[in-house]
Design a protein. Sequence first.
Length: 394
Amino acid sequence: MQRLIRVLILCLIACPLLLNGQESLSENVTTVSLNTDSVQPEKKNIIQRVIDYFGRANKENRDKAFDISFIGGPSYSSEKKFMIGILAAGAFSTNRTDTLTPLSNISLYTSFSTSGYYSIGVMGTTRFKRDRIRLTYDFQFSSLPDKFWGIGYEMDSNNDNETRYKLVSPELLVKAQFGILPHLYVGPLTEIRYLNGKPYSNADLSLWNGEKLKTFNFAVGANISYDTRDNLTGPHSGVNIELSQKFYPKWLKNTYGFASTELLAAGYIPSWRDGVIALKYHTLLTYGDTPWGMLATMGGSYNMRGYYKGRYRDKGEMDATVEIRQRVWRRIGVVAWGGAGLIYPRLSEINLHQLLPNYGVGLRWEFKKNVNIRFDLGFGKNQTGFIFNINEAF
């Protein structure tokens, strides 16, 4: 195992050098003429070349048709344990002669862990015609030894209900947005999620209430958004309000017929030198015959950080967060956040006594322009979680 880890780390260090080799080579063979003599500068060692590579990674470069950078290494989370991951982040323009169209972004990633977890995915937003058309996509295939506590606050808050199973889940979300007014976008969306739950021999199957553990979910729907953010991946100012409506009818071969409505409202306030106050409200309501794997949940990398993703699940969820973001030195920043959330079977049954607290701190490093690598340590009710991811949580 130690030998394998050494080989992986060496590959991660060497990968960007090989991909950037042509540029580095041209730098190293540059000569300086003094009278009739030529003096070749000392070649940089591998450590110097790695430092130079990451030093250039966050510089916006419109001269390249596709500007891509790589990073990789170990990380740890309470859910997935020790992990090795590789990430590629790219920026490109759909029209290099049009400097008014913001750069598009794409991220490709793969990771695997000692717990048996592995995933591969790609996500990004392509922008056309001075940002009047956007195409957003998110694909992931993952296999994860997971945990399940049942459905509803009473079951989920009972530690004795914890049971283990394996979840295999390919999923794809695609949405198109068309600008109809300044900053106002509307468009269709589609989502495909296949969930395959495989309980271990000692799993408590009664927690699933007799539901099918394998479900196919195919949605069609629409979204509308009002977006004035200065950028999509690491906003410093503006607002983003987005409403999505999805339908999963039986006639589209869904295992269960249901629908969902999701609202996200976020604002970013530049408040002092290199400081931003970010605020977010999020809610997801499902109705109909919602399967266990498509219920509203909290936790994970993006909302209520610190809670185990899926620990709390029901037909509805809402959460709110206030986060302070501060750049402290060059490309390094820190964050601190606080918030709360709850789950509920229907709006008329919201119980504020079941409100769940959430707070945490994080470290940021600007890998590419407005693209942060983030390390978050989140705390919840009797739970703690560590998160390593790309881009801000919202």
